[in-house]
Structure formats: structure tokens, C-alpha cells
Write a protein that binds this ligand. Structure first.
Ligand SMILES: NC(=O)c1ccc[n+]([C@@H]2O[C@H](COP(=O)([O-])OP(=O)(O)OC[C@H]3O[C@@H](n4cnc5c(N)ncnc54)[C@H](OP(=O)(O)O)[C@@H]3O)[C@@H](O)[C@H]2O)c1
Length: 254
């Protein structure tokens, strides 16, 4: 029996990185998974990989900025699998960075639209379904950036991601009585496309690596295992948390 046997999960940002690794792990642990992101071909190859391994998955491509997409993902979970137990709202972008005096209003708004509003719209439709199903676990992907460590040049990213922590607490308080747990996971640096885009030189990768107590960055699979904990009944009494999975980047000063 897998740790998510009989559960149905939605995972956004599943075409790559942390979301893809989490979809593979959830399916291996027995969950039936609905995977989302914009890139159809990446989702198709993920679904094929899950099915080849004996799991069950379905994909729906779309943009988390659109509420219709959030609603369609929740509907698909119910149409295909009959219920919804777990939602990992993980899609995200670095957005427009650089000196904050130069950040455009459009760039700011778009970063918040994807990272914060997109996650809220996802949760809105997921929670509505979980209320009918008697409970569930919602997880948002935040970050240590803007929470325990500040960097220049990432104001929109930091603001959108720390906004998720307030959203986590508000939803956890609001729906705890109905058995819905809501948590944020706060990764340190994780070796994904996003990390490599931001750190495209050996010097920059060495700098980031050294910030972590473990003197390395995480693999997406390591993050997936922590998301599995928050999704599963192993964390049955855990809600409203900002859960650092950060290799000690938050406590390191050397
Ligand atoms: N890597 C790190 O060091 C790190 C650290 C802390 C937090 N995080 C967070 O972890 C999450 C996953 O990032 P990652 O590192 O795995 O990077 P990634 O490989 O670049 O994955 C980002 C995912 O988000 C999806 N996405 C982006 N914009 C979207 C949109 N508008 N609509 C739907 N899907 C969208 C992408 O899919 P499509 O392009 O196919 O749409 C992709 O699947 C993000 O929220 C990120 O902020 C990452």
C-alpha cells in the first residue's frame, strides 16, 4: 500500500522541476494525479511515464492566471477520479527582477498573478470540492526568499511568495474546522530550470550553494518527499505552517 493509496491529487507546475518530481512520487505512492502546466507536450510525457510505471494520471494544460483553468482542474479530478484529497499549488515564476525602481507595473502584476493570485484561484476551487469530500490537504510552494533571507532585485518574487504564507494561514484557520489542512513549503535552492536560469554561471552557483548549511542545493526529488509528508496523513496534525525545507539556508551566516 502506498502512502497516498486511494487519494486524488492536483499538481500544478507539473511540467518540470519540483512539480514533475512530486507528480511522479505521488503516483508511485498510489495517488491518482491530475497534472497541470502550460506545456502540453511535457505533461503528455509525464502522464506516459506515470502510466508506464503502473500509475494513473491525466493532464490538462492551461495557465494558472485564468480562473477557468483552476475550475477545470478541480472538475477534471472529480469527473475522472470521483473526488479531490490533495492539491499542490506549485506553478511559479521568478517574474520581473532587477532594481525595484525599474520594475514595470505589468511585470509586478504578472508575477503576483501567477505566484499568488493563481495559487489562490486554485485553492478556491479545490477547497470547494474538498468541503464536499470531507477534508483534504492544500500545499503552496513559497520560498525562503523574502521570508528568512532577503536578496536585492527580486521584490515581486519575494512579495508574491511571502503573500502565500498569509494565504496559507488564513485558509488554514478558515477551513480547519472542516478537516482541510493548508501548508506552505519553503524550499531552499533546488536544481531546476528556474534555479539554472537565475544562476547561469559557476560563480553564481557556488555562491548560492555556499549559503546553505549543507553546502549543496536540493534535488527536486528531495522536495517531493517533503511535499509527500504534507500531503499524507503523516502530517495529520500539521496545518497553517511555513515549512522550511531549505538545507539550512535560513540559519547559515558563513
Ligand atoms: N528552484 C528553486 O530553487 C526554488 C526555490 C524555492 C521555491 N521554488 C518554487 O518552486 C516552484 C516550482 O519551481 P521549479 O524550481 O520546479 O521551476 P521550474 O522547473 O521552472 O517549474 C516551474 C513550473 O511552473 C509552471 N508554470 C509557470 N508559469 C505558469 C503559468 N502561468 N501557468 C501554469 N503553469 C505555470 C511551469 O510550467 P509551464 O512552463 O509548462 O507552464 C513549470 O511546470 C515555483 O513556484 C518556484 O517559485 C523554486
Amino acid at each position: 500500500m502506498g502512502r497516498l493509496s486511494g487519494k486524488v491529487a492536483i499538481i500544478t507546475g507539473a511540467s518540470a522541476g519540483i512539480g514533475r518530481a512530486t507528480a511522479l512520487l505521488f503516483a508511485a505512492e498510489g495517488a491518482r494525479v491530475v497534472v497541470g502546466a502550460r506545456r502540453q507536450s511535457e505533461l503528455d510525457s509525464l502522464v506516459a511515464q506515470i502510466r508506464d510505471a503502473g500509475g494513473d494520471a491525466v493532464a490538462l494544460a492551461g495557465d494558472v492566471r485564468r480562473e477557468e483553468y483552476a475550475s477545470a482542474l478541480a472538475k477534471l479530478a472529480v469527473e475522472r477520479y470521483g473526488r479531490l484529497d490533495i492539491a499542490f499549488n506549485n506553478a511559479g515564476t521568478l517574474g520581473e527582477g532587477g532594481p525595484s525602481t525599474g520594475v514595470s507595473a505589468d511585470g509586478w502584476n504578472d508575477t503576483l498573478a501567477i505566484n499568488l493570485t493563481g495559487a489562490f484561484l486554485g485553492a478556491k476551487h479545490q477547497v470547494a470540492q474538498m468541503l464536499k469530500d470531507g477534508g483534504g490537504s492544500v500545499i503552496f510552494t513559497s520560498t525562503f526568499v523574502g521570508y528568512t533571507v532577503a536578496f536585492p532585485g527580486v521584490a515581486a518574487y519575494a512579495a508574491s511568495k511571502s503573500g502565500l504564507i498569509g494565504l496559507t494561514q488564513a485558509l488554514a484557520a478558515e477551513y480547519g474546522p472542516q478537516g482541510i489542512r493548508v501548508n506552505a513549503i519553503l524550499p531552499g535552492a533546488v536544481d531546476t530550470d528556474m534555479y539554472r536560469t537565475m544562476n547561469d554561471t559557476a560563480e553564481s552557483q557556488a555562491f548560492i550553494t555556499n549559503l546553505h548549511a549543507l553546502k549543496r542545493v536540493a534535488t527536486p526529488e528531495e522536495l517531493a518527499r517533503s511535499v509527500l509528508y504534507l500531503a499524507s496523513d503523516d502530517s495529520a496534525f500539521v496545518t497553517g505552517t511555513a515549512s522550511l525545507v531549505d538545507g539550512g539556508v535560513s540559519i547559515t551566516r558563513t
